[in-house]
Design a protein around this ligand. Sequence first.
Ligand code: F0G
Length: 490
Amino acid sequence: MKGQTASQTLKQLDFTNFTTAHHPRSYANAMVRHHHPFTPADRLDAALKAGWNVFQFPSERLTGGDLLSDSGTTTLTAEQFSALMLGDEAYGSNWGYFKLMETMENVFGISFDEWEFYLFHQGRAAEHALFGQIKGENLIVPCNSFFDTTRANAEACGIDARDLVGHVGGGEGGDFKGNMDLEKLEKLLEENKGRVPLVFSTITNNTAGGQPVSLDNLRATQKLCDRYDIPFFLDACRFAENAWFIEEREKGYKDKPIIDIVHEEFAACEGFTISFKKDGLANMGGALCIRKDSRLVRRYPDLLEKLRDHQILVEGHPTYGGLSGRDIMTIVIGLQTAVRDQYLRGRIGQVAAFGAYMQELGIPVVAPFGGHAVYIDTDKFFAGTKFRRGHFGGISLTALLLLKGVRLCELGAFAFGTFNPQTQKETFPQHNLVRAAVPRNKYEMEDLFYVADCVKGLYVRRDALPRAVAVYGKDKTLRHFKARFALEDF
Ligand code: F0G
């Protein structure tokens, strides 16, 4: 398509003219839509400038629905906005810091007499701090599934990050498809004694379709770690959504309050990283918490002190941890809101209704649905067409949706795959998905129906979709954030 004008390319693609049954009307985007009636041609211009990379596409043109991420994209509640006004911008020991510690103790069921607390500006900064202290040759850290930046942080510290989850795309049923595969974990621990400084579980399991992890699985992982004398940590970003699934699906938890289930989740671990941009319902924030008697501290006796130094070097005083007092106040209220029944019922219910509508339209999605997103199974989406994984159909799909003002995210063959310049070969990951992540407290059902209708519009044309060719960046680390693509006919 190089050298073509925008309108020539648009005509050739002709994917912008399909009609949809529903129309977007989110409050969040209403103003933008009203004042800037972006045309498909505007969006095409922007998409070409962005090299069809969804991360580079200007968000103001996404009047159909921006489902790129559920992270930091929440609409703050009235309570959060009120609390924000109480933000104390003192350099040391601001009022909100103590409110946050109190709230974390209440919500997570931990005591900061027994735990050390490190505040960071977001989740990955906490992960970077942690992995930076345990870096070393020949170390393996297993996880049910690492999130992309979590994996990258571990790997940047020379750690071999291993995913040990079952396959979520295939088969029906499975209430806790995010679970750690305990057989694989036992085998790994048995064969690699001394090489595993800690074991992680991500709740819910974002990389594996946003699927929940059962308490039974968390406890069994903890028990296995005990047997091998290894600490067990959580990546706890979506702890509240995970607790909701436990209440709904796990035997014996039907009548348990969410807060009690949350306490049991955290009781299973001796440390956790968390991004408050998810179930903290905040736009910014993250933390690392470690039991003072954790086996990780036994293995690395200077750990707690070195983490504190690192935090001061890169984030600021430990009592603000790279955040403004206003940010901290939104987290305080966000954490309290996230464990409320009414909130979670609406949240998980909305994602489920969105997923059910996708299914109704015949779009192959991972079921049961995840907590924060609906995941399209890209291999099934393109089954029976010319597309093979190396044609990156997920990238084509997300690229073309931009023309309808809709943004999803490919988390599959391209995002998690790698290109080897020596062999000129691509290696593909276990899961090949496209994620429609639903920001919290932001969209109406109608908006999500519109997104689904747009996906359907491309699904019925799947035979005719162009393939995506990376013209820049396929050999780079974290390539999905940086790459540029051309869309080419077969
Ligand atoms: N862990 C998980 C499971 C995540 O989903 C994320 C971020 C992080 C850690 C890192 O947190 O963004 O605050 O640095 N996930 C976002 C997403 C970016 O779109 O899923 P962060």
